[in-house]
Design a protein around this ligand. Structure first.
Ligand code: NAD
Length: 354
């Protein structure tokens, strides 16, 4: 990337990072001027949310453990109602993108501040991007009100994230970095973060997957996720995220797994149109070629490699290619039907990009 003219518009969050940093949650909540927090989680992470509520003591107004993937509007409405009923003045979101997404749905309407405690590598905590699903269609937007005011990254909370989700979640984070490197509105600062994010995640994720209890690797992966989330929040998305949103919404495929399968093929698709981004990505992966390096990393993480194994029907490729080319995100290479069809066909079979 050249250092021409650019806009660096990064809304800042306060970040508290490190193993054991959850002990500071009450102090951080007070710092936001809040006294009645609604603590959010998925049903599976209720235990972690209750632990946070215990640490908050009288600063916790209640636990709401109903977050689910993709923030259905009904879930958002019920959570907003619960926040009102509790007279909450802050949302504490303990979990991955689904839980932080629910906090954002509350903040979008109420402007309540969010204190996020991420437990996956999805990166939502660093972005002003929200998504709400209504009648099967996920609408996303950007609004500064939904950007968490404070983020506590405590890698100890990620020790319980399974090897499978850890691997695909790390690939999801790497996808944010790769797309930020070729975004039309990227800049040299975001590129630094993206490259360092890829380096940290590619180094740590294989260790996390083979030794989920390795705290040093967990810390490095969470650091990478922070950088990846920042990159996602600061630059636009391209063909990769467009395809993942289309496939997730249309075929109800799992979020992080779709990112894992599509990324090597999206990188191959953009290889010639974004040579500098590919050079940086390959370097950060320690590979000769970005697309192949990403694919090889997915193999090492024992992650899914094909849309077929995620349950996508073969005859869905045509529909997905049509949908993705009808209203494409801006991308280095022109997004045309034939190229996208071939990309999806390769991803459906899970072949190593040539
Ligand atoms: P998730 O939040 O849905 O979590 C997946 C599962 O893992 C859940 O059952 C959760 O309870 C469990 N889990 C999470 N952390 C755990 C831990 N440490 N220990 C044990 N179990 C744990 O998954 P995700 O991939 O983080 O989030 C996906 C969602 O986030 C999607 O809806 C996606 O669109 C959204 N997202 C949004 C942004 C944004 O900027 N707005 C960015 C990335 C992802």
């Amino acid at each position: 990337m050249t250092t021409g003219s650019f806009v660096f518009d990064q809304p800042a969050s306060r970040v508290v990072f490190g193993a054991g940093s959850l002990v500071r949650v009450a102090e951080e909540l007070r710092r936001l001027g809040a006294t009645r927090a609604i603590v959010l989680s998925t049903p599976e992470q209720r235990g972690q949310a209750e632990d946070v509520a215990r640490r908050l003591g009288e600063l916790a107004a209640g636990v709401y453990a109903e977050a689910v993937m993709h923030v259905p509007i009904e879930t958002a409405r019920a959570a907003r109602e619960e926040a009102r009923r509790l007279h909450a003045d802050c949302c504490v979101a303990v979990g991955g993108g689904s839980t932080i997404g629910l906090g954002k749905a509350i903040a979008l309407e109420s402007s309540l501040p969010i204190l996020a405690i991420p437990t996956t590598y999805a990166g939502s905590e660093m972005t002003p991007i929200y998504g709400i699903t209504e009648a099967g269609v996920k609408k996303t937007g950007r609004d500064r009100r939904v950007l968490p005011k404070t983020v506590i990254y405590d890698p100890e909370l990620t020790l319980t994230l399974s090897a499978g989700i850890s691997g695909t979640s790390a690939m999801n984070a790497i996808a944010h970095c790769v797309e930020a490197l070729y975004a039309h509105d990227g800049n040299p600062i975001v590129s630094l973060m993206a490259a360092e994010g890829i380096r940290a995640l590619a180094r740590s994720a294989p260790v996390v997957v083979s030794e989920p209890g390795n705290l040093a690797a967990r810390s490095e992966a969470l650091y990478g996720a922070w950088l990846a989330g920042t990159a996602l929040g600061s630059a636009s998305m391209g063909i990769h995220h467009k395809l993942c949103h289309t496939l997730g919404g249309t075929f109800n495929l799992p979020h992080a797994e779709v990112h894992t399968v599509i990324l090597p093929h999206a990188a191959a698709f953009n290889r010639d149109a974004a040579p500098e981004a590919m050079r940086i990505t390959a370097g950060a992966l320690g590979a000769r070629d970005a697309a192949q390096g990403i694919y090889d990393l997915a193999v090492r993480l024992r992650a899914p490699l094909s849309l077929r194994e995620l349950g996508m029907p073969r005859d869905g490729i045509e529909r997905a290619a049509k949908l993705a080319t009808e209203s494409p995100y801006r991308n280095p290479r022109a997004v045309e039907y034939d190229g996208v069809f071939n990309l999806l066909d390769d991803a459906w079979h899970g072949i190593r990009p040539s």
